[in-house]
Design a protein around this ligand. Structure first.
Ligand SMILES: [Zn+2]
Length: 70
């Protein structure tokens, strides 16, 4: 099990009706990492849609997702 930062932060955010955006991994289902939402810079017809970033490391403690904590 990777760190429990997501659960800890989600518990705190829940008081504000908020939770972190988690990536759903169907193949490597060890640990659903965090998804960093982004904003589209230029909007309008024909503009590429914004992409989301999937974090490899926990932004709170630095542990790599999918690896057992030592
Ligand atoms: Zn963490």
């Amino acid at each position: 099990m990777t760190c429990t930062c997501i659960e800890t932060v989600n518990e705190k955010l829940a008081t504000r009706n908020t939770r972190l955006s988690q990536a759903i991994m169907f193949q490597e289902a060890n640990h659903p990492g965090l998804m960093l939402e982004t904003d589209q810079i230029e909007k309008g017809r024909g503009k590429p849609k914004a992409v989301s970033m999937f974090l490899t490391y926990c932004p709170f403690c630095g542990v790599k997702y999918g690896e057992d904590a030592a």
